[in-house]
Design a protein around this ligand. Structure first.
Ligand SMILES: CC(C)(COP(=O)(O)OP(=O)(O)OC[C@H]1O[C@@H](n2cnc3c(N)ncnc32)[C@H](O)[C@@H]1OP(=O)(O)O)[C@@H](O)C(=O)NCCC(=O)NCCS
Length: 172
C-alpha cells in the first residue's frame, strides 16, 4: 500500500471514493448526490493549506484512491491549535483490511512529530458507527459527550458522538 499526502490533482479520484462510500457503506454525513466537485475541492484545498490530508493509492493502479483522511484548522485564531472537520473514508471493497487503522496512525504520527502547533484533533461520528468509535478509542480519542438526535440516518434520528485526541508534543 502506498500512503502519501494529497494534492488537487486527486480531486476526481476522491469524488469517486466518496461517492462509493456514500452509496455502498454509509458512515459519512453526506449522500452520494451531495458529494460534489465543489465540496471535495474545498476540503482538499483547506487541508493542504491549513491541515493534513493523507491518501492511500490502490496497490495495482495509482490513479485510484482507496482511502483518505483529512482535517484542517477552521481559520479562526482562537481555534488555531485545532484540526477539525475530520473525515475518514475507506473504499467499501477495501474495508476491514487495516487500511483505516494504518492511515489514521500515519496521520496522528505526523501531527505528533511535525505539527507541534496542533494541540487537538477532533471529530464527530454517529452513534451506530460502533466500528469507527472503537477504532478511534484504540488510537487515543476520548468520547467527549453525546449530541442527541443530531443526525438522520435512513429515516431515524441518532445521536452524534464528539471525540477528541490531544497531541502529546503540543508546544503551547
Ligand atoms: C470506519 C472505517 C474508517 C474503518 O476503516 P477500515 O479500514 O474498514 O478498518 P480497519 O480494518 O482498519 O479496522 C479498524 C478496526 O475496526 C474494527 N473492524 C474492522 N472491520 C470490522 C468489521 N467488519 N466488523 C467489525 N469491526 C470491524 C475492528 O475493531 C478494527 O480494530 P482492530 O484493528 O483492532 O482489529 C471504514 O470502514 C470506513 O471508511 N467506513 C465508511 C465511512 C465511515 O464510517 N467513516 C467514518 C466516519 S466518522
Amino acid at each position: 500500500m502506498h500512503f502519501r499526502t494529497a494534492d488537487t490533482l486527486d480531486v476526481p479520484a476522491l469524488i469517486d471514493l466518496y461517492k462509493a462510500v456514500a452509496l455502498r457503506s454509509g458512515g459519512i454525513a453526506r449522500r452520494a448526490e451531495e458529494v460534489t466537485e465543489e465540496h471535495v475541492k474545498s476540503f482538499v484545498e483547506k487541508s493542504i493549506e491549513r491541515g493534513l490530508i493523507i491518501v492511500c493509492e490502490h496497490p495495482d493502479n495509482d490513479k485510484e484512491i482507496i482511502a483518505e483522511l483529512h482535517a484542517y484548522r477552521n481559520g479562526l485564531k482562537v481555534f488555531d491549535h485545532v484540526l477539525t472537520e475530520l473525515t475518514i473514508a475507506v473504499h467499501p471493497d477495501h474495508q476491514g483490511k487495516k487500511i483505516g487503522r494504518t492511515i489514521f496512525t500515519i496521520f496522528l504520527e505526523e501531527v505528533a512529530r511535525n505539527m507541534p502547533h496542533i494541540g487537538r484533533v477532533e471529530l464527530v461520528t454517529q452513534e451506530d458507527n460502533t466500528r469507527a468509535i472503537g477504532l478511534y478509542q484504540s488510537l487515543g480519542f476520548r468520547i467527549e459527550g453525546r449530541m442527541e438526535m443530531r443526525i438522520k440516518v435512513h429515516g431515524n434520528y441518532q445521536a452524534d458522538i464528539p471525540m477528541g485526541w490531544q497531541n502529546p508534543n503540543f508546544e503551547f
